[in-house]
Write a protein that binds this ligand. Structure first.
Ligand SMILES: Cc1cc2nc3c(=O)[nH]c(=O)nc-3n(C[C@H](O)[C@H](O)[C@H](O)COP(=O)(O)OP(=O)(O)OC[C@H]3O[C@@H](n4cnc5c(N)ncnc54)[C@H](O)[C@@H]3O)c2cc1C
Length: 469
């Protein structure tokens, strides 16, 4: 610990917090899977402060763990339990640097909360399309470092697709700055891509330029009761055609997930008169004042009812009803927590195989545990499903979850792999999926990752023990 003490002696006092009461709120991850320890939290105010911190930590070979809003799911933002790493939070770096309405771009400090930037875009009459359930607390640096997905990927892509420019401080304290909101820039390697999805292992992201979109003048949201899960892909296809490719979200909810929610929050109502096994929340948006989205959605529902693909459906008639439908979708993780938690599997397969994956994985679980509750939901428009196994009521939940992780999860990951899918669609690797990366990473991938890490961070001071097996 001598090197940490020496580093802290050299750092400007105003950047260092040692108060353990304050520190404790940063040390446990969102899902309460891991609690780390640290001597101090470092809170820079400017990029130059980040450089000072990194230079001092590099000199004393002290590990640094970047933390944004601490909402990620793979314990990637918590320091190790041995207390030998320092935590850095960019929460004081939350300025909007530039918003260019004509260029449809925005540049901001990486410590800004996502919802604050969405609001700034909205006030300028534009849309920042990155949207996720954690947007009131997650921060841009965390969003980039996890390459976050969310509910609009089907139309606008992952965070990576929205990033135009990036500024980061490297492990030797130097700056990589390409914070330029250009739409085209083929001047050599696209270096910024290295930091996106790197989970803080290659540099501390300090600034980011993102694409903005024109704000839609029509948005329409529907809730569908799907008859047969195998028609999910056909429903998405029909919706894209009827709306002229205007679908922004296509989210699946299983009856088990909805029931967990309706049990946890008694004031909520089922949006349809009859229950179904499968539901979809579907949203379309357009900037066109001519296209009539309501007509498109009515035509879609008529087509789907006639073909028997859906048993029922409702279209939100007001902003309040739209918010109520989204509340159902976005509160499922909370309902799982209320029930006592779940064993999560963040799977993606190609969309054409998603229904087959859900069916096979469900059979596989039931073969082991007929009483398991399968809370299955997610961004199925992107081939991403959260396949979560929830303990039945009245049993030892921790013992159940341990057993699922030991006996069932490996089979689910193996199934995803055999179907050409991935064990981590949007949550990353952190410290909890290192074994899976070792096992299922593409051939030669971890070798290249190790070489990149060694080239950029030879002393291994940035977020040690995460991402690199
Ligand atoms: C209710 C809920 C809903 C969610 N929905 C989604 C979803 O739909 N899609 C999705 O993808 N995720 C989702 N998530 C997961 C999570 O919100 C995202 O991964 C988010 O992008 C994490 O941002 P954060 O600021 O909280 O990052 P943190 O958890 O603080 O950190 C994440 C990683 O980024 C690194 N990091 C943080 N800041 C920096 C920086 N400035 N420079 C370098 N590295 C940095 C950390 O070290 C860590 O490795 C959800 C989480 C919750 C709780």
């Amino acid at each position: 610990m001598q090197n940490i003490d020496n580093a802290l002696l050299e750092l400007p006092a105003e950047l260092v917090t040692r108060d353990q009461d304050i520190l404790s709120s940063y040390l446990t991850d969102f899902r309460r899977q891991y609690t780390g320890a640290t001597t101090a939290l470092l809170r820079p105010r400017h990029t130059a402060d980040v450089q000072t911190i990194i230079r001092v930590c590099a000199k004393h070979r002290v590990g640094i763990v970047p933390q944004g809003g601490n909402t990620s799911y793979c314990t990637a933002a918590t320091p190790n339990a041995d207390g030998r790493e320092l935590l850095i939070s960019l929460e004081k770096m939350n300025r909007l640097r530039d918003l260019d309405k004509e260029n449809l771009s925005v540049t901001a400090d990486a410590g800004m909360i996502l919802a604050d930037l969405q609001r700034a875009a909205d006030e300028a009459g534009l849309l920042l399309p990155l949207a996720l359930g954690s947007q009131q607390s997650c921060r841009l640096g965390g969003n980039l470092s996890t390459n976050a997905g969310g509910i609009n990927v089907v139309r606008y892509g992952m965070t990576r697709d929205l990033v135009l420019g990036l500024e980061a401080v490297l492990p030797d304290g130097s700056i990589y700055s390409e914070l330029n909101p250009l739409r085209k820039n083929n001047s050599g390697y696209d270096v910024k891509q290295l930091f996106i999805g790197a989970e803080g292992t290659l540099g501390i992201i300090t600034g980011v330029s993102l694409k903005l979109m024109r704000k839609s003048c029509q948005t329409i949201t529907a809730f569908l009761a799907v008859r047969d899960i195998s028609s999910l892909s056909a429903i998405l296809n029909a919706a894209q055609i009827q709306s002229g490719e205007a679908i922004t979200s296509f989210e699946y909810i299983s009856s088990a997930s909805l029931n967990l929610l309706l049990t946890a929050k008694k004031h909520l109502r089922h949006p349809l008169p009859d229950e179904s096994e499968h539901y979809v929340v579907l949203e379309a948006a357009t900037v066109s004042p001519i296209l009539n989205l309501e007509e498109c959605m009515n035509a879609l529902l008529a087509e789907l009812l006639e073909s028997g693909m859906i048993g029922d459906g409702t279209i939100a008639a007001s902003q309040q009803q739209r918010a109520a439908l989204w509340y159902l979708r976005e509160s499922i993780p909370e309902a799982e927590v209320h029930h006592g938690g779940s064993v999560k599997h963040d799977i993606a397969v190609r969309t054409s195989r998603l229904s087959a994956f859900i069916e096979s994985a469900s059979r596989l679980v039931k073969k082991h545990r007929d009483d398991a509750i399968l809370s299955i939901y997610g961004h199925v428009g992107d081939g991403n499903v959260h396949f979560n196994i929830v303990p039945p009521i009245g049993i030892d939940q921790n013992a159940f979850k341990d057993r699922v992780e030991r006996e069932i999860s490996p089979e689910i990951y193996q199934l995803a792999f055999e179907m050409g899918g991935t064990f981590s669609a949007e949550y990353g690797i952190g410290r909890v999926k290192l074994d899976l990366l070792r096992r299922y990473g593409a051939e030669g991938k971890t070798h290249i990752m190790e070489r990149i890490k060694t080239a950029i961070d030879p002393r291994g001071i940035l977020n040690p023990g995460k991402v690199i097996p």
